[in-house]
Design a binder for this molecule. Structure first.
Ligand SMILES: C[S@@+](CC[C@H](N)C(=O)[O-])C[C@H]1O[C@@H](n2cnc3c(N)ncnc32)[C@H](O)[C@@H]1O
Length: 229
């Protein structure tokens, strides 16, 4: 790990709004935030751009950005401290372990922002049947899942999983920047999103209801070969 990454990593650990695996947070997030406002997660948050953007828009909702990379989370946590945003925090954990850190129904909504498409490993996709079943252990069946991505493979795989599980797709947008007007929540741009836009990639968005069904077959089996990632 480079020196600058090490410095950020250790500084992250000292921030009051930054948590790591040692935190005993399950069922405790209301007391960690000091209020009972709804809790919304941003998964694979990187530098936490969506958590910060949404927190600025909605002071009465608490946001938690989750990622495995402490040096990226450092940027989000530092910006939140600089802007005195008290309704946003960051958690450095593998998302696979999320049920260790949140109690049933503790989370009201989830954003997945520009996740790794995982072309070869369907089970590692953050909208796979395995991950949706983890989210069902921490959020109610009525919770919305938002996905923003440049990856057609990830987007199609998610749509197929939604269909397979009989979930309600509430909104599906093939090209966010062709919308007129673009809703303010979709105007927030992440670090990776800016890179993809510079490369003229199309940004897709969907929002579906988590539901309570337990899927048996991964969407991979329904995907066509050679789908663009
Ligand atoms: C392509 S980046 C996107 C970051 C950010 N959302 C953005 O748009 O700038 C994907 C992020 O997902 C994180 N990630 C991937 N799999 C993860 C996992 N299982 N648990 C935690 N973080 C994960 C990576 O560390 C990385 O920061």
């Amino acid at each position: 790990m480079s020196k600058s990454k090490l410095v950020k990593f250790s500084e992250y650990e000292s921030f009051p709004n930054a948590y790591s695996p040692a935190v005993e947070s399950k069922g405790q997030w209301a007391s960690l935030f000091g209020n009972k406002n709804p809790i919304v997660l941003e998964l694979a948050c990187g530098k936490g751009d969506y958590s910060l953007g949404l927190a600025r828009m909605n002071p009465h909702i608490n946001y938690i950005g989750i990622d495995i990379k402490g040096n990226r989370l450092w940027r989000g946590a530092k910006t939140a401290l600089e802007e005195k945003l008290s309704n946003v925090a960051f958690l450095r954990i593998p998302i696979d372990t999320i049920t260790t850190y949140f109690a049933p129904n503790e989370v009201s909504e989830i954003w997945i922002t520009f996740p790794d498409p995982q072309p070869q490993k369907e089970k590692k996709r953050l909208s796979s049947f395995r991950f949706l079943n983890l989210y069902r252990q921490i959020a109610p069946p009525t919770a919305c899942i938002h996905l923003k991505t440049d990856s057609t493979l990830f987007f199609e795989s998610t749509c197929m999983q939604v269909e397979r599980d009989g979930l309600k797709m509430e909104e599906l947008v093939r090209d966010v920047y062709a919308m007129n007007p673009i809703p303010s929540v979709l105007q927030i741009k992440t670090f990776y999103e800016k890179m993809w836009l510079d490369m003229n990639r199309t940004i897709q968005y969907c929002r579906f209801v988590l539901g309570d069904c337990v899927s048996k077959m991964p969407a991979k089996n329904l995907l066509k070969k050679n789908t663009h990632i």
